[in-house]
Write a protein that binds this ligand. Sequence first.
Ligand code: PMP
Length: 401
Amino acid sequence: GSVFSSVVQAPEDPILGVTVAYNKDPSPVKVNLGVGAYRTEEGKPLVLNVVRRAEQLLVNDLSRVKEYLPITGLADFNKLSAKLIFGSDSPAIQENRVATVQCLSGTGSLRVGGEFLARHYHERTIYIPQPTWGNHTKVFTLAGLSVKTYRYYDPATRGLDFEGLLADLSVAPPGAIVLLHACAHNPTGVDPTLDQYEQIRLLMRSKGLLPFFDSAYQGFASGNLDADAQSVRLFVADGGECLTAQSYAKNMGLYGERVGALSIVCKSADVTVRVESQLKLVIRPMYSNPPIHGASIVATILKDREMYEEWTIELKAMADRIINMRQLLFEALRTRGTPGDWGHIIKQIGMFTFTGLNREQVAFMTKEYHIYMTSDGRISMAGLRSQTVPHLADAIHAAVT
Ligand code: PMP
């Protein structure tokens, strides 16, 4: 027998498992609204034109070699990533108070940040929103932190439970870490307003709570890179400290290239140098150094004015298509007279709509309509097409009546 014969079958990942089930379904009308990846109006994955151009430039540059990057990644990429999230005129950057390291997309950035905190920060508790992206709990627990939740979403209003959020953060132990989605909260599509963020900031700073921003959708929510970074910039503008995990999976469509960055904003330049030295000790035994290709694409685009412009146009087109799908779905339900208030479909922000459909309704839609989505009722608007909206609206209508 195998020495591994006692290994038990692990369950499918709750999000990635949706695609596994979808692939097995032979129905021609099946729709996959589980994946968190952009699809075109034709239902195809999209490689941005500007990304193709950057790759051409890289291929044609024969001076480029395949040597290892430093432990912290591509220096240009790190500088440009910090500017992208904090703003090109950010005092924190000018004062050398930002330590940025290239990591394996958003997930890897969260993991490295989590492990750094577990090793060097005095408070090990991290508060994450309820609900949140399913991987947060596992990433931070394995990084050595203790995970607790704060109230975030109110099912009654399908909006923010702002009172609950403030109440929970005000009883958090002083110094606790608080994970905030920079924009386009996953899975709810519900974000605090800027005024609410300001109140959250005042509360957090007064209690010394440490913000850890997860920025997986910058530019993808509103179509504007600066608008989607406002929450982060509000916290950096007060001179206080924070962490930010950036991903280029969605906004540059670089999913499988695994390119992202962790930035730690510190109070002084000398602390920043020491923080960076410790980040290297977290990274080196984990994967030595990050991959070169994706970061080179990003750096090529971010440092060239004209390519950067082209990127913002392509990014806006993706965001606009998603916003358009929200409108079409909302109108399709109104046309059908589907019971209930579906205004949240057009109010929510980013890639996902948190429909409010329950586990049984989702199971019904999958069984009868071959529509695949996570059991919490989250649908990816990016996976929807004008053509598939009527089918989805029929399914929702049948599920709730
Ligand atoms: N955070 C959130 C909120 C996300 O939705 C995702 C992607 N689904 C990630 C982080 C990480 O994505 P990646 O590792 O592909 O950048």
